[in-house]
Design a protein around this ligand. Structure first.
Ligand SMILES: [Zn+2]
Length: 102
């Protein structure tokens, strides 16, 4: 399964590379070699959600005595956010200047 490139619209982005984009990495389209990144306007709120989930789990661990179950919650929350990250964050070509730039 591959994701369509925002430039050439061919399925040139692998799931693994799409996942990496969610961690502020970049990648290249296998078809047109465009340099692709995640849309930063979506990446910023997602970074906050990651931190928020970790903060909640750390709080429970330290103050609520929830113990080792918190680690299970943290991993579950992290995987869920990762899945949303891959599904929801749109990609864009790096170095482009607006929708009409080629
Ligand atoms: Zn492409």
């Amino acid at each position: 399964m591959k994701y369509p490139c925002p430039k050439c619209e061919q399925p040139g982005i692998s799931l693994k590379n799409k996942y990496r984009l969610g961690y502020m990495q970049d990648t290249h389209c296998e078809h047109c070699d465009a340099r692709i990144s995640a849309n930063p306007w979506f990446l910023v709120p997602f970074s906050l959600i990651y931190m928020w989930a970790l903060a909640i789990c750390a709080f429970l661990y330290m103050f609520e005595g929830a113990g080792a179950m918190v680690i299970v919650y943290a991993v579950g929350a992290w995987l869920l956010i990762d899945a949303l990250n891959v599904m929801l964050i749109p990609m864009k070509e790096m170095g482009g200047y607006g929708p009409n730039a080629t």
